[in-house]
Design a protein around this ligand. Structure first.
Ligand SMILES: Nc1ncnc2c1ncn2[C@@H]1O[C@H](COP(=O)(O)OP(=O)(O)OP(=O)(O)O)[C@@H](O)[C@H]1O
Ligand SMILES: Nc1ccn([C@H]2C[C@H](O)[C@@H](COP(=O)(O)O)O2)c(=O)n1
Length: 648
């Protein structure tokens, strides 16, 4: 269920299937830049198409590099042999750290005049340590706004002949990556010394592997220093295939672990050069069953049936570790993720964001400068999750929909940064709590049939008409007019409704037969025609969707409330048959009834329910018609069950 700025994920029951991952962002952007700096033409295949790679491609085109898209994920890059054709350019790099940092270094050593800027958050992400290292090599770089942060202006410079340069490794490993990738432009031996403890080491492994693929082998002394030899030149390897994104794999592996699996990921595996594949080890520590081959991984739920908490240093998997924080909601005990200070300077302050949003779903959170501790709640609450323009926040929290109430993700479009198709891929791999929607006109028998179908299948039952009836009743009791839209919508949010078997409670008081009178039905029909009232009752209705499934009856179950229902039935009967049924129903309850008046009332209600502008009664697209005029109750129930089985 989507709107422009939120996505309401239904409660999820299970996860299984096979997903092919989009290309890795880290590898795509490195390879595109190295191809641009090389001599020769490179065909880069399986490139990730996303905001961040678009920023890199756009930047390279502005620098005069030949970039041609030959197929949907295939680009032909005509390298400039280390000398960008355009010596003057203004680059806008969004929030793409993997474009901003490496381009800063390459352009600082390129003898041109460039400005580099990004979105507001990019201008809050530190770059001073990289600029200091480049200045030590003679680069001429100015801060255009705040000292130590983008935007930057780069001027042609007379470079120094320094043979050693130092760069901090404990803020972002991208500073070292950027320097190393740019150093072959100097055409002399330079050694980079890493100051402080280098974080996110696996990302440096990716950098070194990609540089090697383009003909530059970096000599190293462990993680302390790296030397690029004189005469190092990038040479196109011809064709490069980009691996699937290992960080993106984490969401699906976690889904397989939480939702039972087996969930298979194709595109990364045991031979991957990406450090984030080690996320699978972390998940295995939580009890998940993991298997893998060279190019695939598969996750299943733990044999014990329940994930367990872990206490883990996550320095080697900083991005994928976010997924562990949400997976911790489904684990027994308190999970602690340590050594994650770099989260604070990513797309958002991810430690603060994660703690804030996990609290919303009921978790007990503790956060420190470089760690986070998650104690899951007994019951994961439905909440509107803010995503802070951070793709990983949105993707991680999709997993929280495995709680019993589903989850609402605000601004789901932010996943475009690295995985534009994420939510449709996720929907394809997960199975929501099933809903059978039975809509139809008054007295068609939908309530009776829905209840019996629910019993036969062991599912929950929602009589949505009762909510409108209860609101009408509450309004009449409080003297609220049945056309006072705003007041009624407010009242809808305030009333306390409880269903217990056959019994219905309104504000703590059991409601009797008065709810089933034609007066109550008529009042319900009036309040149900009001848009604000319908909106106010939407969440209350969706909250009935619980494992193992729901049978819901009403007027707009299939079209509005549960549009993803597995089976949609439009159950009807002639007005005369319905008046007859209602007559018998009322008489059986010892209530007075007049068949002519009932027929007139049913026709009036049909007219109002079908003609209103708010969610009018109609056969929804995808709903199948079931006319019960000539069927008894048992036959109608059997028909619905047969249609459900045919769907499975
Ligand atoms: N196929 C059928 N044949 C005969 N009677 C039926 C059939 N289906 C339902 N009934 C009877 O019709 C009456 C009305 O049914 P029910 O209350 O289920 O309808 P409904 O569509 O839910 O009505 P409403 O939503 O307006 O309250 C009940 O007494 C029920 O037993
Ligand atoms: N999903 C629903 C359910 C009910 N209504 C309206 C229409 C009816 O006139 C009224 C009472 O419903 P009933 O108990 O007879 O099923 O409530 C609706 O608009 N949408």
């Amino acid at each position: 269920m989507t709107s422009d700025n939120f996505l309401d994920l239904p409660p999820l029951l299970s996860a299984r299937g096979t997903v092919t991952l989009p290309g890795s962002k880290s590898i795509s952007n490195r390879v595109l830049l190295l191809a641009a700096l090389s001599a020769g033409t490179t065909e880069v295949r399986d490139v990730l198409l996303s905001d961040d790679t678009e920023r890199m491609l756009d930047g390279l085109r502005k620098l005069g590099v030949g970039v041609e898209q030959v197929e949907s994920h295939v680009f032909r890059v005509t390298g400039c042999g280390g000398n960008f054709p355009n010596k003057e350019a203004e680059l806008f790099l969004g929030n793409a750290g993997t474009a901003f940092r490496p381009l800063t270094a390459a352009l600082a050593l390129s003898g041109g005049h460039y400005t580099l800027s990004g979105v507001a958050r990019m201008h809050e992400r530190p770059i001073g340590d990289l600029v200091d290292a480049l200045r030590a090599l003679g680069a001429n770089i100015d801060y255009l706004d705040n000292e130590g942060f983008p935007p930057l202006e780069i001027f042609p410079a007379t470079l120094s002949d320094a043979a050693r340069v130092s760069v901090r490794g404990d803020v972002s490993s991208q500073f070292l990556t950027a320097l190393l990738m740019a150093l072959p432009l100097l055409d002399r031996e330079v050694t980079v010394e890493v100051a402080g403890e280098l974080i996110s080491k696996p990302y440096i492994e990716i950098t070194l592997a990609m540089m090697k693929r383009f003909g530059v082998e970096v000599a190293r002394d462990g993680w302390r220093s790296f030397t690029v030899a004189a005469g190092s030149r990038y040479v196109s390897p011809g064709t490069v295939y980009v691996e699937g994104d290992a960080s993106s794999a984490s969401y699906f592996l976690a889904a397989g672990a939480i939702g039972g699996g087996p969930l298979r990921i194709e595109g990364v595996g045991s031979e991957s050069i990406q450090g984030d594949v080690r996320f699978a080890d972390a998940l295995a520590l939580m009890g998940a069953q993991i298997t893998m081959g060279p190019n695939w991984m598969e996750a299943r739920g733990p044999e014990s049936g329940k994930l367990k908490a872990i206490d883990l240093d996550c320095n080697h998997i900083p991005d994928a570790a976010m997924t562990l924080a949400v997976a911790a909601l489904f684990a027994e005990g308190t999970t602690t993720l340590r050594n994650i200070a770099s989260w604070r300077v990513k797309e958002t302050d991810r430690i603060a964001a994660m703690a804030t949003e996990l609290r919303k779903v009921g978790a007990t959170m503790e956060e420190g400068a470089d760690y986070i501790r998650v104690t899951p709640p007994a019951h994961i609450r439905h909440a509107a999750i803010d995503t802070y323009d951070d793709h990983r926040m949105a993707m991680c929290f999709s997993l929280a929909a495995f709680g019993t109430e589903g989850m609402c993700i605000n601004d789901p479009g932010c996943v475009a940064k690295t995985f534009p198709e994420y939510f449709s891929a996720f929907a394809g791999m997960t199975q929501a709590v099933p809903v059978i929607a039975i809509d139809g006109p008054s007295a068609s028998g939908k309530g009776t049939v829905a209840q019996r179908v629910a019993t036969a299948l062991g599912m929950h039952y929602l009589d949505s008409g009762a909510l409108y009836r209860l609101l009408g009743l509450a309004a009449q009791r409080r003297g609220v007019a049945l056309d006072a839209e705003a007041q009624l919508a407010k009242l809808a949010g305030q009333i306390d409704i409880r269903f217990e078997g056959e019994d219905i409670w309104l504000d703590g008081v059991k409601v009797g037969d008065e709810l089933r009178t034609e007066e109550a039905g008529s009042a319900a029909s009036k309040v149900a025609a009001l848009h604000q009232v319908r909106a106010a009752l939407l969440a209350k209705q969706r909250a009935f969707r619980r494992a193992p499934g729901l049978v819901a009856d009403g007027r707009d179950m299939a079209s509005v409330v549960f549009p993803d229902s597995v089976l949609k039935i439009f159950l009807t009967a002639s007005a005369e048959a319905r008046a007859e049924r209602r007559y018998k129903q009322l008489k059986e309850k010892g209530m007075s009834a007049n068949i002519a008046a009932l027929l007139q009332d049913i026709r009036a209600r049909d007219e109002r329910d079908t003609q209103r502008s708010a969610a009018p009664l109609q056969q929804a697209p995808g709903a199948s018609l079931l006319d019960t005029t000539a069927l008894n109750i048992e036959q109608a129930v059997a028909e619905v069950l047969a249609r459900y089985r045919a769907k499975k």
